[in-house]
Design a protein around this ligand. Structure first.
Ligand code: BGC
Length: 477
């Protein structure tokens, strides 16, 4: 089927706005390396990448053992995991999933959130020990808290700012570990938080437990971020503060928090839709890279694009007021919507048609409407995947890594149509690998991580425990 010139021209215009050609990627990567460096040297730039220390100074060997609980609070739901590390790269897990109440993202009472965590931990322990929670045992807990937290020690972390649409007063600027411990103690649970972990660090360490080629952990999900091991002597912002038993040539796992890359708006080409996303978010001016690439925003980028072209009279003419209202509702669709549109390969785009009927109450979306929306999704999804690789390329350049695996997790990487292929293609383009080189031969490969927020948290907790038992320090104080 053909489409009108009007649609073709509008799509050309849109493609232009969302495209990030190779030259732009290379420019972004160079500036990304600068920002990574700056974050290690000067922690005071409010527009810079935080480069938070995770206080993991070694690679796991695969021989860590012990039983650890993990509490995974990533953004969409909550999970409690019991991890039995058996050594030899072997482990067993047992987990419980808990739905985060929909009002929790923006509740006014921080107690609700932390008490919900403790309630889920309690439910999990009761479920696993129906005859009574053991009294003579304290479960060490790795708390996977996937938000920017500055850590002076591995078992503490002050929330720098909420991301991913969270906006709960009284938590930013506070150490979240005592907030959780207070609720754990109130419920008399035999649990002690021994490590606060970022999900990207968990992904790296969990995968490294079984795959020594792993050098980076990345999340491409509701939010976006990456971690890698840096050399301590390069972290000059804490010169003189890092304890002596962590030598200058030691490794240090860094949670880059590069969702905030380019907050100074120097290199990422932003469309008018990006500007609206930013202005209407709870934290305007922050998480610039994340707002262009992460799952929490892709649905809304599409919604704003469709709304704009509806207002220009190009698509969705004659829709009802009810549909206009839905189109005007922030976050009424998530990233699965553009992903589903993109996956429709039928000649008459019947999946797209059905989706518009189901979600936007458009009874008879035309072929042109569907075609436009599908293409718009392709531009948005492709831009996200291509930009997402800039963090990987920048870390690789910074550490001179030529061949390694990136342990990746998150809904976009796992589920968004063609995200993984597009990211691999962008890496090939950036590094100049032949376009026909099979993905499995790529020197830098993005591979599915082991469960970082569960297993990774447990391995990090075990590493902290090992250091503690040798009397080694776990942080700056
Ligand atoms: C958070 C990071 C996290 C990422 C992926 C971002 O919004 O700031 O801490 O790693 O999302 O979950």
């Amino acid at each position: 089927m053909t489409v009108s010139n009007e649609i073709t021209n509008s799509l050309k215009e849109l493609e232009n706005e969302f495209s990030v050609p190779k030259e732009t990627l290379l420019k972004i990567i160079d500036y990304f390396v600068e920002e990574l460096n700056r974050g290690l040297v000067d922690g005071s730039d409010p527009l810079g990448i935080p480069m938070n220390l995770q206080w993991v100074m070694e690679y796991p060997t695969g021989n860590e053992t012990g039983d650890y609980l993990a509490l995974d609070f990533g953004g969409t739901n909550l999970r409690v995991v019991m991890v039995h590390l058996l050594g030899n790269g072997k482990l067993e897990t047992d987990q419980g999933f808990y739905k985060l109440p929909s009002n929790m993202r923006t509740t006014n009472d921080r107690n609700e959130l932390f008490d919900f965590f403790a309630e889920c931990l309690e439910k999990f322990l009761i479920d696993k020990h129906p005859s009574g929670i053991p009294e003579n045992q304290v479960f060490p807990l790795g708390f996977t808290f996937s938000y920017p937290a500055s850590q002076k020690r591995i078992d503490s972390g002050v929330l720098q700012r909420w991301t991913k649409g969270f906006d709960i007063p009284g938590v930013e600027g506070e150490d979240v570990v005592p907030l959780l411990m207070e609720k754990i103690i109130k419920r008399n649970l035999p649990i002690k938080v021994v490590a606060l972990i970022n999900d990207t660090c968990g992904a790296l360490v969990a995968s490294r437990y079984v795959n020594p080629k792993t050098e980076m952990g990345c999340i491409f999900g509701t939010g976006v971020n990456g971690s890698y091991y840096e050399i301590v002597s390069n972290i000059t912002k804490f010169k003189g503060l890092i304890p002596n038993d962590i030598p200058e040539n030691s490794l240090m796992l860094i949670n880059c928090e590069y969702g905030s890359f380019d907050n100074a708006h120097k290199v990422i080409p932003r469309t008018k839709y990006d500007l609206i996303i930013d202005e209407t978010s709870p934290r305007p001016g922050q998480q610039t890279f994340e707002k262009a690439t992460a799952g929490f925003y892709l649905g809304d980028l599409l919604r704003l694009t469709l709304l704009d072209y509806y207002k220009k009279g190009i698509i969705f003419q004659n829709i009802s007021n009810e549909t206009v209202k839905i189109l005007e509702t922030e976050h009424c669709i998530d990233a699965s919507f553009p992903s589903f549109l993109e996956s429709d390969e039928s000649d008459d785009l019947k999946t797209c048609k059905k989706l518009f009927n189901d979600v936007f109450k458009i009874e008879n979306a035309s072929f042109e409407d569907c075609y436009f929306a599908r293409k718009a999704s392709e531009f948005i999804g492709t831009r996200a995947a291509r930009l997402s690789t800039c963090g990987i390329s920048a870390a690789a350049k910074k550490r001179n890594y030529e061949s390694f695996d990136v342990a990746a997790d998150g809904s976009l990487y796992l589920k968004y149509t063609k995200f993984a292929e597009r990211a691999a293609d962008a890496l090939a383009e950036t590094f100049g690998w032949p376009a026909d080189m099979p993905y499995e031969k790529h020197p830098i490969k993005i591979v599915k991580s082991l469960d970082g927020s569960g297993v990774g948290a447990a391995v990090i907790a075990a590493l902290a425990h090992n250091r503690q038992s040798k009397g080694l320090s776990l942080g700056m104080e």
